[in-house]
Design a binder for this molecule. Structure first.
Ligand SMILES: Nc1ncnc2c1ncn2[C@@H]1O[C@H](COP(=O)(O)OP(=O)(O)OP(=O)(O)O)[C@@H](O)[C@H]1O
Length: 596
């Protein structure tokens, strides 16, 4: 069933990370219903480009319009709507690690369709069969090979018959035979659905025989984009070298080396030497034989693709000279450096981000569907990792407070108030802080590490692309779980602390049980208990938010996750002490001390 693929119009797109410009001024139209391959040396920003098209990364300039919606400036809700039309295969598959291969492939259908489980089952098995994974469906992603994960990711990306398919190196990790099957599969999917397909690949054979169009990123620019037939016969040295996989030419081992060669070439040109590498092939006096164009794959059922017909018409009207004008090759002035940010500025940004995340969590807390199961699992997990340490910390804490206050009250002749003083100190101050430190140290660290590893495995990106809001699905349950556990732990720590105080005051220091208990009613009041619980809930919320924020923004790979965990604990501790001070001051202003 032909549906006419979606159009993707990209104009002047520019993306940098801090001072590092990845590419600039990229303009191209992905022809609807055709297959396009994006090539380029490693590290030239092909994956960044795909993520920018998906709206997962925000370029600082330019537009990427998909059927009328600019993915750069649109709201997250609008982007989510467009993403429902996407099928995305991430570089490492981005399978959800806690779900089986079957559940991963069924995920988009369960989220976005009203199909019955038996209909879902039949669709999932169709796709698993296409990618050769029937028999492996009950395994977890961690129990199958990298190539299998990739194929499972492809099955998941195709399960909703998307209009736009974006694949990041679909062939990586696959053997040559499976790569050949995969190429045929992409061609058949295009023939059946007329989807607009953009794939990043390093596989030259695939690039030569599968796509209708080829684009190439090199030295921070799109240096060529056009019909396969014209790109394959291009005599541009960069394109030729890449398509032939040669060492000789302007492309070197690294981006820096590419830049050095190009600069040398430009200065030779400038000096009138006439031997610059970038233009050498063009200036060679002997005629250069045009390379042969290999036959393009055809659909296995022998049908004629709609995209192929449109492509043929476009090809007739394309001037080969247009190919190299896209993006241009002339040296452009360097981009201005980004504004410098100070440590204080970064701290303020971080606080702003955490606050925004907190507001988002509160807003989504009431939104359905509520992730009950995840909340209960998180509550149970946080309770398990924090109850024992909290109880163990509470005993010496209660004891220290009782000892300190006990000796102080004896010195000032107010021994009869030792119990109340212990209660106030433990219930109002020590207990919420101990609770929050344990939640931040044990629970928050685990939340941060879990989310961080999901982020670097691109699971969070996959979730967004599959139309699921990770804040609603993952952060809200963790924040609620942390608040509930904080309330529970605060009660526990308070009881253990007060009992510890009783033990040291009465048993060790020889006080009387009656005086210890009687003093409770003299100075303590029920609001003290409430304020302790409110503090604990706020601290638990803050601990979960900071952990989630750091987990969603790790810098780099596994080491970045480790750094995020460390930052999450330190930042939470700092915030807690400030917030505790603020709440205590406010409380003392509002609720006068008993007996005052
Ligand atoms: N989230 C990020 N933060 C900072 N830098 C990033 C981020 N993502 C990518 N980069 C940088 O952008 C550059 C391009 O990365 P990208 O993964 O897009 O390259 P690629 O062309 O896909 O490479 P390969 O072909 O090797 O997969 C790299 O220098 C990378 O370090």
């Amino acid at each position: 069933m032909a549906r006419g693929g979606a159009s993707v119009e990209i104009r002047g797109l520019t993306k940098s990370f801090g001072a590092q410009n990845i590419w600039r001024d990229v303009s191209l139209d992905l022809p609807p219903g055709e297959i396009t391959a994006l090539l380029g040396p490693s590290g030239t920003g092909k994956s960044v480009f795909l993520k920018s098209v998906m709206g997962l990364l925000r370029p600082e300039a330019g537009s990427c319009v998909i059927d009328g919606v600019d993915m750069v400036t649109a709201s997250e809700a609008e982007r989510q709507e467009v993403r429902r039309r996407f099928g995305v295969l991430f570089q490492d598959g981005a399978m959800f690690g806690s779900m089986s291969v079957y559940d991963n492939v069924a995920f988009p259908l369960r989220e976005h369709t009203h199909l019955s489980e038996s209909e879902i089952r039949s669709t999932v098995y169709d796709k698993l069969e296409l990618v050769g994974l029937v028999g492996e469906e009950h395994k977890l992603p961690g129990e199958v090979s990298g190539g299998m994960r990739k194929r499972a990711g492809l099955a998941r990306s195709l399960v909703t018959d998307p209009d736009i398919v974006l694949c990041d190196e679909p062939d990586s990790g696959l053997d040559p035979v499976r790569t050949a099957f995969l190429a045929q599969l992409i061609m058949d999917v295009n023939a059946a659905t007329d989807a607009t397909i953009l794939m990043v690949t390093h596989n030259i054979e695939l690039a030569r025989t599968l796509p209708d169009n080829i684009g190439m990123l090199y030295r921070r620019e799109l240096v060529v984009f056009g019909p396969r037939e014209l790109v394959l016969t291009s005599q541009d040295p960069v394109v030729e070298q890449f398509m032939e996989g040669r060492r000789q030419g302007p492309i070197a081992m690294s981006e820096e080396a590419d830049t050095t060669i190009a600069e040398a070439s430009a200065s030779e040109d400038h000096a009138g030497g006439g031997t610059a590498l970038l233009t050498r092939a063009r200036r060679a006096s002997e005629p250069v034989a045009a390379p042969a164009i290999p036959d393009q794959l055809t659909p296995s059922d022998g049908s004629v693709r709609e995209g192929a017909l449109r492509h043929r018409d476009r090809l007739v009207g394309t001037d080969p000279a247009d190919l190299l004008t896209v993006g241009g090759r002339e040296e452009k002035a360097p981009l201005p450096p980004p504004p410098r940010t100070t440590a204080i500025g970064r701290g303020i940004d971080l606080l702003g981000d955490v606050l925004a995340l907190g507001l988002e969590v509160l807003r989504l807390s009431l939104r359905r569907p509520y992730a009950w199961r995840e909340t209960i699992e998180q509550f149970w997990f946080l309770a398990r990792v924090s109850i024992l340490p909290a109880a163990l910390v509470a005993i010496p804490f209660g004891a220290v407070i009782a000892l300190q206050l006990g000796s102080l009250t004896v010195q000032i002749g107010a021994q009869s108030f030792t119990g109340a003083a212990s209660v106030l100190a433990v219930v109002q101050q020590a207990s919420p802080i101990v609770t929050a430190l344990v939640i931040a140290g044990a629970g928050g660290a685990a939340i941060c590490a879990d989310l961080g590893s999901r982020t670097i495995r691109e699971e969070i990106d996959a979730m967004k692309v599959l139309g699921v809001n990770p804040v609603q699905r993952l952060i809200v349950p963790r924040a609620h779980g942390a608040v509930l556990v904080a309330l529970l732990l605060n009660g526990l720590v308070s009881v253990v602390g007060v009992l510890g105080g009783y033990f040291f005051n009465v048993v060790v220091q020889g006080g009387t049980p009656g005086a210890y208990l009687a003093s409770f009613t003299a100075l303590a009041q029920i609001q003290d208990l409430f304020v302790g619980e409110i503090k604990a809930a706020i601290f638990g919320f803050i601990a979960a938010l900071v952990a989630a924020h750091r987990g969603l923004n790790p810098k780099g790979g596994p080491k970045g996750v480790g750094d995020s965990v460390n930052q999450s604990v330190v930042i939470t501790f700092l915030l807690l002490f400030f917030v505790n001070f603020a709440i205590t001051t406010l409380y003392l202003q509002i609720v006068p001390a008993k007996g005052a």
